[in-house]
Design a protein around this ligand. Sequence first.
Ligand code: PGA
Length: 240
Amino acid sequence: MKKLVIGNWKLNPATAIEAVRLAKATDVEGAVLCPPDIFLMQVGETIKKASLGAQDLFWKDAAAVTGEASAVQLKQIGVLYVIVGHSSRREELKETDELVNLKVKAALAAKLKVILCVGEDLDIHKQGEVKTRAFVLEQLKRDLDGVSGGENLIVAYEPVWSISTSNTNLVDTPEEASIMIRYIKDESSKMGFDKVPVLYGGSVDSKRAKDFLSRGIIDGVLVGKASLNAEKFKQIISLV
Ligand code: PGA
C-alpha cells in the first residue's frame, strides 16, 4: 500500500477563496485534504486528484441535534475519509473515548475510512514508556470497543506533546515513534485488527517528513500546520 499523507487544516483558512486556492495548489495524487466542514463542498468540487476528508462526524443520522454533520451527509458530498478523536477535540471539547467509539462505529458503518487518533500527553509521556504504552492501549481498547470489520480503519499515533511544536525541541523522533507504532500494530492485531495502517502525526514538516516516511513501519503522516503551506505539503507528498 502506498503511504498516506493526510492534511488536517483544522480551523483554517479564514475564507472560502483561500480554501479553494489551497485545494488547487495541493490537489495531488495521494493527498487527503481535510478542510473544515464549512469548506468541504467547495474543496470537493475543486480537487481532481486528491481525496476529501472531514475532521469529525456525528454518530447519528437525521437526529434532532444542532451543529453537527452525519456520516451520510459527509458521504453524499464526496467525503471518503474522516478523522476521529483528534487530540484537539479530546482536549478542547472534552471528547471522551465513549464518544470516539460511537463515531468510529458510525463512520465505519457508512464505509468511510476512519483515521482514529490516539496518543499520550506530556504528563504521561514524562512518566515513561510503560505508562505511555498502557495509556495508548487503553485508548485503543475503548475507542475500538465492539468495533468489527476494520478494513477501513487507520490509526494515527499522535503524541499530544509533539503536536504543533516544530519550532521547539519538544518533538518525537522517528525512532521513538516507530517503537510506539510497532506496539500499536501488535496490540491492534491482538484485538482483531490485522494489518491496520498506522500513521504518525506531530509537527511533521517538509524537513522531518523524510525521516518518518522512510521507516517501513510508519504507513504515512498526518500533517497539520505544514498542510497549509502548499509548497511544504507538496514536498511531503513527493516523498511517498
Ligand atoms: P501539526 O498537527 O502537524 O501542526 O503538529 C498535526 C495534527 O494535529 O494532526
